[in-house]
Ligand binder design. Structure first.
Ligand code: FE2
Ligand code: FE2
Length: 255
């Protein structure tokens, strides 16, 4: 396991928190774990976009998308520093163990560089980042106009771009029938991994009220938002591009 320590960077990014409620030890632990988990996941996300850059080149997508994805690497690293700033403002340590740093799949069995790329783009942008937009927006709204809502709003703006990348690439690269079929098959696996990842990260019980006022999420609500986003945004969006997304979701394997 690799460790990340942003103690040196965190003070620069710390928001000015006022009227911080007094927390019980349990509430404090939940809040700190929430922001530390965000920090570590955001930092690790940088490697995903870094892995996409050579795949974008190999698939000969428009250079502006290659440059935009390179900037997304820096955006994810910036999100981690913003979360580290929150931890610093809360008096918590902005350090921890990064999640497993699995490399982005190369999909050696794909028939073309575009197919290998589109598998990862579907998984990363059209699924994960699109769900992230819905979840972060809900968390931001729950914080009303607090400084912590401002932190999430800055992150959200970038995540919208990360999600849009996938939808833009789908629109710009019409898929032939054979590729549509193979990507639809791949979606079963992608949906299964998405659901497993989200459920592992979202507690089925709501955090205590004091913790939610400082950014801990209502896990039960977040699970509902996750499923609604898949049903109402992701599946219809993919089906508009000819992918058999509903069948893929409904036949996803257990992972
Ligand atoms: Fe992010
Ligand atoms: Fe992102």
């Amino acid at each position: 396991m690799a460790r990340l320590d942003l103690s040196r960077e965190a003070p620069t990014y710390a928001p000015a928190l006022t009227d911080v409620p007094t927390l019980s030890p349990m509430e404090r632990t939940v809040v700190e774990n929430t922001w530390r988990g965000r920090m570590l996941n955001e930092h690790a996300s940088a490697r995903v976009f870094a892995g996409l850059v050579p795949q974008l080149m190999a698939a000969e997508v428009a250079p502006r998308h290659q440059a935009a994805v390179a900037e997304m690497v820096a955006e994810e690293l910036h999100h981690a520093r913003l979360c580290a700033g929150v931890l610093h403002a809360l008096g918590a340590e902005p350090a921890g163990e990064l999640p497993a740093l699995a490399p982005l799949p190369v999909h050696a069995d794909a028939a073309s560089p575009l197919e290998a790329l589109m598998r990862n783009v579907l998984s990363v942008s059209c699924l994960s980042e699109t769900v992230a937009v819905a979840l972060i927006d809900a968390e931001r709204r729950a914080l009303h106009d607090s400084p912590l809502a401002g932190v999430l709003k800055r992150i959200l703006g970038d995540e919208v771009g990360h999600a849009r990348l996938g939808w833009t690439l789908l629109a710009e690269h019409p898929l032939d029938d054979a590729l549509r079929q193979r990507l639809s098959d791949y979606l079963r696996v992608a949906f299964a991994h998405l659901e497993a990842h989200e459920l592992a990260n979202l507690s089925p019980v709501a955090a205590p009220a004091g913790a939610m006022a400082l950014g801990a999420c209502d896990g039960a609500l977040a699970r509902d938002i996750f499923h609604a986003t898949v049903e109402e945004v992701v599946i219809p969006g993919l089906e508009r591009h000819g992918l058999d997304a509903r069948a893929a979701w409904e036949s996803r394997p257990t992972v």
